[in-house]
Design a protein around this ligand. Structure first.
Ligand SMILES: *Cc1c(COP(=O)(O)O)cnc(C)c1O
Length: 462
């Protein structure tokens, strides 16, 4: 299977190079040259397979013959044995026709674990095979860093530098990163927003000298393996609810658009998806794009769902590329214009293509809090603020068929916000209950690319 850049100026690469490379050298994102298909019969069979088996089939469709199926299955089994629920991603019914997929039973209690646990094993396997050591640079709006540190800590062939916006993430989120004691992990509090952190990561990747010196790689959702790993639970949840004979809708709390785009990928692979509702907080660039056809950056507003405080959704470029019928020149034009002008209009035909599957809705802080308390009252479930954004958006939208709401974090990751909304303080599960007592270790740096690039180089070479 070959991978092409959305900007059309990078050589085609295989799955292994697309994964280990992260961002394409022309600044674009890798997508498969053609979408692999999963047959209706195979989808029907997913309902009684283990999560790891489905993951090996779906991810395997993207890896082609570059990874042996047996190896991949073993990595998936190991990855998903770190989850504390035997279903890995269990479904909970909230009301007639509305189900919640609990994506937070992994080591850092957020949905990022689902992809990161398999990604870390893929990296170790592939790098070991090639005798390489890589440095992973990742920007986190809160949960990616924790999931990456949990997944990569202590791995032989990988070093990790996690950048997070100082003061913009919850204490529990921070502690999942900063309490790691392994020497292959470095955490940096950046004086800026998540978008600043992400921009610095992009600049580091465009610095060819640095890229080569430290063998730089990325595990933000620009990495296609994460998207592939996230497509898996669209299949497992839909199959549990009667796919492929029934079309399922999804409501997804969105920031960088990785999770919702994975739903699009599942759809392109053959999963019958009715609609995908893209729910945002006050940082509504995506909701506006789907509702108006204009993709326009605003100021970043801090909210109680900080993992979605994003005004530049990387994976939107992948959807755009598909919806302009893979015109790489047009995609490069639009996203270069976005960097300069902060906005562009989606051409009418591409917008119509997007609307076939996607709807958008932005949710205020008040409505997010109301969704937490009303869900508790109506179902007994205590949900986190990100999940609450999707639940609130769903109350206003009309989605056909059974709906799966992606529940992206454990409520105990955001105890203050949840307690304030509901009067109930969520408790951490037993395995991580002592997080608050472990010592922290991190550095503080200004939001300046040159300084952070020098730090990365020193850490990688040290
Ligand atoms: C990362 C994250 C999201 C947003 O996911 P994207 O793939 O960036 O759209 C939502 N909720 C939580 C808890 C997250 O950590």
């Amino acid at each position: 299977m070959h991978y092409v850049s959305t900007r059309g100026q990078a050589p085609h690469v295989g799955f292994v190079d697309a994964v280990l490379g992260g961002l394409a050298p022309d600044g674009g994102l890798y997508v498969p040259q053609a979408w692999p298909r999963i047959s209706a019969q195979e989808i029907a069979g997913f309902a009684d397979k283990s999560y790891a088996e489905v993951a090996a089939s779906v991810i395997g469709a993207f890896a082609g013959d570059e990874i042996r199926h047996g190896d991949l299955l073993e990595m998936c089994q190991e990855a998903y044995s770190t989850f504390t629920h035997s279903a890995v991603v269990p479904l909970v019914q909230l009301s007639p026709g509305v189900f919640m997929a609990e994506l937070f039973h992994g080591p850092s209690l957020a949905f990022k674990d689902v992809a990161m646990q398999i990604l870390a094993r893929l990296y170790d396997h592939l790098l070991g095979r090639e005798g390489r050591v890589q440095t992973i640079l990742c920007a986190t709006s809160g949960d990616t860093g924790g999931a990456a540190v949990e997944a990569f800590r202590g791995r032989k062939n990988v070093k990790v530098v996690a950048l997070f916006p100082e003061g913009r993430i919850s204490e529990v989120q921070r502690r999942f990163m900063t309490t790691a004691t392994e020497a292959n992990v470095a955490c940096v509090a950046v004086k800026g927003s998540f978008d600043d952190c992400q921009a610095i990561v992009k600049q580091a990747f465009q610095d060819q000298a640095l890229r080569q010196a430290v063998d730089l790689s990325g595990v933000n959702s620009i990495n296609f393996a994460r998207i592939a790993a996230q497509a898996v639970y669209f299949f497992t949840t839909a199959a549990a609810l009667g796919a492929p004979t029934r079309k399922i809708s999804f409501a997804v709390p969105s920031g960088n658009f990785g999770d919702a785009f994975a739903g699009y990928v599942a759809h392109r692979m053959g999963l019958p998806v009715a609609k995908i509702l893209v729910a945002t907080n006050a940082n509504d660039i995506l909701a506006q794009a789907f509702e108006t056809g204009r993709y326009a950056r605003g100021m970043v507003h801090p909210t109680m769902s900080p993992a979605m405080d994003i005004q530049s959704a990387s994976n939107f470029e992948r959807l755009y590329f598909e919806c302009v019928e893979r015109e790489a020149v047009e995609t490069a034009r639009a996203f270069t214009a976005f960097v300069d002008a902060g906005a562009f209009d989606v051409p009418p035909k591409a917008y119509a293509a997007m609307r076939e599957l996607f709807l958008g809705a932005a949710v205020s802080e008040d409505d997010t809090a109301r969704a937490i308390i009303s869900t508790l009252n109506e179902t007994g479930e205590l949900v986190d603020p990100h999940t609450a954004v999707a639940l609130s958006a769903l109350r206003r939208a009309e989605l056909p068929g059974p709906v799966v709401v992606m529940s992206t974090a454990h409520a105990a990751k955001f105890p203050e916000a949840v307690a304030k909304a509901s009067g109930v303080t969520p408790r951490l599960p037993p395995g991580v209950a002592n997080l608050a007592n472990r010592p922290e270790r991190f550095d503080r740096l200004p939001a300046e690319a040159e300084i952070i690039k020098a730090y990365v180089r020193a850490f990688a070479e040290g």
